[in-house]
Design a protein around this ligand. Structure first.
Ligand code: C5P
Length: 311
């Protein structure tokens, strides 16, 4: 199993933190899949009002936080972070880890500092919320290493100010209906596990660009059916109600993704859906065993790397 295997984060429940020693904290930074996404309308602030269902997957990045008294936060990649991902992830002030850490540093004393080592596995611009998970992990981790008495509510306020998907990954819940820009979380009780197989084309999608090209549906769909499948443990019915309003606009922007989605469908004989604003596309499986088989089939037939994403 490689350090970036999608099931590697399964140890210890997928997400959360564990102290390795008194001097460093290792935090798992989870990803999400949108298994339903409807755009309800465009808001005055330019964002779109959503009705979406997110599930947290065990495909994780890892943040190692080493506290110090330097009064600054430095970010670097782990030595084993794949080279292909390094060029796509900035390590400067644009990175949500540094933006989250800086906000928390402002709430501590001036000496609060840290080195943060990012082991990156989740590709950016994938619709998997990798950057959002990193921000959530940085908020939780920095609060811990600097021993800040910041409430969960305050952490959620900061998260909402940084992005739309961070609150879900910060909440630690496995599944939720998310409304507003995506930051309003209504947890869904989930019984059993869910299994998905995902692939991503070489090119990612810009979330802002995909939203810009999308209008609210004339025949509006609701997340109620997907939510019911999850709470009633009917994963077998999930495939029939998964929907993503952003798919068409994303496909218009990224023909490689659209082509991959069709080839994936043909290769495995199942419907294939897009997560978030893409460019990850995924199929639903009934069991870990089926997910293994689907993954092998898609890798063999399409000659791509596929991930088994377990929830
Ligand atoms: O909030 P986040 O940084 O993830 O969003 C990236 C971009 O996606 C926003 O700047 C906005 O253009 C678009 N977006 C949107 N409506 C949402 C979420 C994101 O229009 N609900």
């Amino acid at each position: 199993m490689s350090e970036c295997d999608a099931t590697a984060g399964a140890v210890g429940g997928g997400c959360g933190w564990r102290a390795v020693s008194g001097e460093r904290l290792v935090v798992q930074s989870a990803s999400k899949l949108n298994i339903f996404l409807e755009v309800l309308g465009r808001r005055e602030d330019g964002y779109h009002e959503l009705d979406t269902v997110m599930v947290r997957t065990r495909f994780c990045d890892t943040l190692t936080l080493i506290p110090d008294f330097s009064g600054s936060v430095r970010l670097r990649f782990s030595d084993s972070t794949p080279v292909a991902l390094r060029s796509a992830v900035p390590l400067d002030g644009r990175n949500l880890i540094l933006r989250a850490a800086e906000q928390l540093r402002g709430l501590g004393d001036s000496g609060c500092g840290a080195e943060i080592i990012l082991h990156k596995c989740i590709p950016p611009e994938s619709g998997l919320g990798g950057g959002s998970g990193n921000a959530a992990a940085a908020l939780l981790g920095c609060r811990q290493i600097w021993k800040l008495s910041v409430s969960d509510e305050r952490l959620h306020e900061i998260a909402a100010g940084l992005g739309s998907d961070i609150n879900f990954l910060l909440s630690g819940v496995r599944a939720a209906v998310c409304r507003g820009r995506g930051e309003q979380i209504q947890p869904l009780p989930l019984s059993g596990s869910l299994y998905f197989v995902a692939v991503r084309p070489g090119r990612g999608n810009s979330t802002a660009e995909v939203f810009r090209r999308t209008s609210a549906g004339t025949e509006r769909r609701t997340s109620a059916e997907v939510a019911r499948c999850l709470t009633e443990g009917r994963a077998d019915l999930l495939e029939s109600c998964i929907f993503n309003r952003l798919t068409e606009s994303a496909a218009g922007l990224n023909s490689e993704m659209a082509d991959l989605q069709i080839r994936f469908q043909h290769a495995v004989g199942k419907p294939v859906f897009m997560s978030g604003s893409g460019s990850t596309v995924f199929a639903v499986c009934r069991s870990a065993r089926e997910a293994r088989e689907v993954r092998q089939t898609v890798e063999r037939k399409l000659r791509v790397v596929a991930w088994s994403l377990e929830v």
